[in-house]
Design a protein around this ligand. Structure first.
Ligand code: SAM
Length: 253
């Protein structure tokens, strides 16, 4: 399988240097398991000041990224990128999910467009057939960090990047819900013990305990994800609900 190719359009390519060298992502790039190419949008401006932004129509504060340099930068990739999936980072976009990451990782290539200032002229998305994607309900100053979030999440889906793929499969969201709690040595820390079940070595019991704890945490902080549970998970949800409803010791039912 050919390596996934990611092209990033940005005004700040220097922001990528550190993150693209570190950890599993850095190793994957060095081994050619994926390719990331950075394109400076300003190189596609045509005036002598290399202008990439202009004042907003209708007035208001700040500047807006212009259509022409951005579209020229994207179309300049045509000899090496299919441009079939162009993602524009924007707080106005669809929220990023693990399901989107899994789908994109299966494609041969992707373009990530990083905005700055007040954002990008609305017509760029239409001209490039791009989808807008947000990494969360907050506003950053640019799309570079969101692009790095996407690149790192994508890299984890590529076979060979995470040494043991089982660790990806047990991560939060991979199976729809949050992941289970984790413990390591020492057995006791400040009066808190590692749950006994994890120390007893019965793998079937451990697996069930982990799934139940994953569901418990999902019920507590992300009940919206529980719709994705089926089969044995439904039994565990019922069990947890019964436990919640059960009277506490010494309480009259
Ligand atoms: N005026 C824009 C709005 O209200 O939606 C915000 C522009 S923001 C200051 C500048 C750039 O940062 C955006 O064009 C986008 O590329 C990036 N950005 C900021 N927050 C983001 C988020 N939550 N997800 C993805 N990209 C984001």
């Amino acid at each position: 399988m050919a390596a996934l190719r990611i092209d990033v359009l940005t005004l700040f390519p220097e922001m990528f240097a550190g993150p693209l060298q570190a950890g599993l992502l850095g190793k994957a790039l060095r081994e050619g398991l994926l390719t990331v190419e950075l394109t400076q949008i300003r190189d596609f401006a045509t005036d002598k000041h290399r202008t990439v932004d202009d004042a907003p129509y209708g007035g208001g504060p700040g500047m807006v990224m212009k259509c022409e340099p951005l579209v020229a930068a994207a179309e300049g990739l045509r000899d090496r990128n299919s441009l079939e999936r162009v993602v524009m980072l924007s707080p106005r976009g669809r929220s990023l999910t693990q399901a989107m990451i899994r789908e994109w990782a299966a494609a041969p290539d992707l373009v990530l467009v990083c905005g700055r200032y007040e954002g990008i002229d609305e017509r760029v998305a239409k001209a490039l057939g791009a989808e807008e994607v947000s990494i969360g309900d907050y506003v950053l100053s640019g799309g570079e960090m969101p692009a790095l979030v996407i690149i790192e999440a994508l890299s984890r889906m590529i076979p060979g990047v995470v040494g043991n793929f089982e660790s990806v499969e047990t991560d939060s969201f991979y199976n729809g819900i949050l992941g289970p709690p984790q413990y390591t040595r020492p057995q006791e820390f400040r009066g808190m013990e590692v749950p006994e079940v994890l120390r007893e070595g019965n793998h079937a019991v451990i697996e069930r305990w982990r799934r139940k704890e994953a569901i418990r945490q999902t019920m507590r902080v992300r009940p919206d994800l529980l719709d994705r549970c089926a089969g044995d998970d439904t039994k565990l949800i019922r069990e947890l609900k019964r436990e919640q409803d059960a009277p506490l010791e010494g309480e009259t039912p």
